[in-house]
Design a protein around this ligand. Sequence first.
Ligand code: SAM
Ligand code: SF4
Length: 329
Amino acid sequence: MLIDTYGRVATDLRVSLTDRCNLRCTYCMPEEGLQWLAKPDLLTDDEIVRLIRIAVTDLGIEEVRFTGGEPLLRPGLVGIVERVAALEKRPRMSLTTNGIGLERTAVALRDAGLDRVNVSLDTLRPDVFQTLTRRKRHEDVLRGLAAARAAGLTPVKVNSVLMPGLNDDEAPDLLAWAVENDYELRFIEQMPLDAQHGWKREGMITAGDILASLRTRFELTPEGQEERGSAPAERWLVDGGPHRVGVIASVTRPFCRACDRTRLTADGQVRTCLFATEETDLRAALRSDAGDEEVARIWKLAMWGKKAGSGLDDPSFLQPERPMSAIGG
Ligand code: SAM
Ligand code: SF4
């Protein structure tokens, strides 16, 4: 098992497949992009599958989520999903994507064994999309979403980040659209994980703001704390159900005490938290011919050192060196 000194057990593994992306969301990356990881530094498909096998066979991981950067840019994605699906202890598998190219790959991903997708979409307005992401790809995302639903990668979840002055008036419209299209919407509070260090606590759109805005048009009934479990989203039934809406309040209502995650970056570093300032190098172990037992031992040791919380509520909080796109969000 992956267990820490606070008794938390990690059963959910987030795997970043690349730090590259075809969008430039303002809360994530600068317009010019970033210095991408060099190819030799990236884990190979074989190395990724081996680490996932060790995680599910020896370390109790039950759920694997592929992310990035933009995971659909990883050429070997379908093959990786297929090989993970063939493991003796098959984990549940999902993908977090900006949806560009999903129209072409949704069926192949489902056939390979992917269970679900989360697609990020912050606005229903093409012009606002272009301002937020600095790319004209709104239509591609909508088509990707529809393809995922048609392929049965359900429930299709939509992640939205609200930015002051840009799309903070869109919460009710996004929810009405999600209900109509049978997508499960989750709002994520903007976190200090952008490469440009532009996040400001003052003025950020909080879970409280989002709920107040939604309640101008919908009746929201809490689903109950017990059901939240280790899931970061607090969920509400919309107008009595069956549709739901979630809010991930990482900043104003952190869920660190129930965290069940461990993370692997595209260059093979284990991170115990999005906000961790330390990493543990599994790639070096793999490339020095360590056996599975040794790799598992190093991973367990990393987990043992997991901090109690993100530190966001501490005045001495320091943003991690790696931005979200390089950690794997
Ligand atoms: N490119 C894929 C995507 O956008 O879904 C996967 C990686 S992205 C880093 C994962 C999620 O993190 C997206 O839903 C994105 O909106 C969210 N995200 C990125 N930067 C964020 C930030 N500073 N605060 C909150 N969420 C952020
Ligand atoms: Fe790319 Fe996702 Fe970051 Fe947007 S949030 S720039 S889509 S990695």
